[in-house]
Design a binder for this molecule. Sequence first.
Ligand code: 57M
Length: 358
Amino acid sequence: MLYHLLYPLHTEISAFYVFRFITFRTIYAAITALVISFILGPWLIKTLTNLQLGQQIRKVGPESHFKKEGTPTMGGTLILFAIVLPTLLWTDLTNPYVWITLLVTVGYGAIGFLDDYRKIKFKNSEGLSARQKLAGQVVIAMLAVGLLYMVPGFRTTLAFPFFKNVLPDLGLFYLGFGMLVIIGSSNAVNLTDGLDGLAIGPTIIAAGAYLVFAYAAGHAKVAGYLQIPSISGAGELAVLCGAMIGAGLGFLWFNTYPAQVFMGDVGSLSLGGALGTIAVITKQEIVLTIVGGIFVMEALSVIFQVTSFRLLGRRIFRMAPIHHHFELKGWPEPKIIVRFWIVSIILALIGLSTLKLR
Ligand code: 57M
C-alpha cells in the first residue's frame, strides 16, 4: 500500500524514490512486523489467558511438559497478523506471487485456528481429525498451485541443487509435486513445534535463506549470473520473507524458554505452508529439504518410528518426534532448542551455498 501511495510521489519528493527498492521495503516490513508483535504481544497473552485459551498437555508425553499446562496457545494469530499487515503495507500489491503466498498462509492459518479452537473448547488435545486437516490443506494447496500455473511465465521445471543443467519439465505433474511441497512443509513445521522456540527459530532462519533466494530469482541480472531460474516478480517475496522474519523474532521474544505463549496450529501450519509456497515459486523446492532440514528430520523421525513399531514392534527413538527423544535422554530443553537452531543455521548456509556451487 505504501509502495503504491508513496512511490508515485517521487517526482515531487525525490526521497520517496527509495520505496522502489525491494531491499528498503524488506527491511521496513521486518521492522513493522517486529513493532506490531512487541506492541500486541503482551495484550494478546493477557487476552488469551483471560479467555482461558490455555494448552491441554497430553498425559502420555514427557513429564517435563506437565508444568506447561495452561500456557496460552494460538499466539500464531499474532504471527499471522504481523506477517499479513506489513506485507500489505510494503509489497507491490499487483504481484500475484504475494497474493498466492498470502492465500496459503492465511488459509492454513484458518485450518489451524479451527483445530486449536476445538482443542480448547472441548478441553482435550485432539482438535480436528487428521483427515479433516489434510483435506483442508489439499484444497488450499490445489488452489494455490492451480493459480500459480496460470501466472504467465510460471515454469513447471524442477531445479536441482548443485546441477544447473538438470531441469526436467514435470508438466502437469508439477501440480501434484507443488502441492506435496506445500503440504509436507506445513505438517513438518507443525511436528517440530513441541518445545519453546523450536519451530520458530528454524522458521526465521529458513525465511532468511528464502529472502535471498527470492531476491536473486527476481533480479534478472543476479539470476543470470548465478545461473538459477529467473522469475520475474519473485523479488517481492523477499519483502514477505522480511515480514516473516520480523513476526518470527517478535513471537520468539515471548515464546523463548520458558514460553509465555505457544503458536498453536494457527501458527505452525501457516508458517510451514508459507515456506513451502515460497520454495515452489522461487524454484528452490528441493533446496527446502536442506534449508528446512530440521523440519525434515522431525518428520522422518516420526515416519521411521511408526514404521519400525508397526513392522518390527520396536521403537527406534525413545519417543518421536525426535526432540522428545533428546528430552527423555535428559538433555535440558534449552539445550535441545539452541542446538537445533545451530544445526538449522548450518543447513541454511549449505542451502545458500547451492547458489554458487553449480
Ligand atoms: C503437534 N503439538 C505439541 C502447541 C503448539 C503422529 C504423531 C507423531 C503426531 C504428533 C503430533 O501430534 N504433533 C503435532 C505437536 C504441543 O504443542 C501444541 O501444538 C502446537 C503445534 N501444533 O503450538 O499449541 C505440545 O508441545 C509443547 N510445546 C512447547 N513449547 C512450544 O513452544 O513446549 C509446544 C510449543 C504442547 C507443549 O507441551 O502441549 C505436542 O507435542 O503435542 N504427536 C506427538 O508429538 C506425540 N508423539 C507420539 O505419540 N510418538 C509416538 C509415535 C506416534 C511416533 C512414539 O514415539 O512412539 C507426543 N506428543 C506429546 N506427548 N505432547 C507424545 C507425547
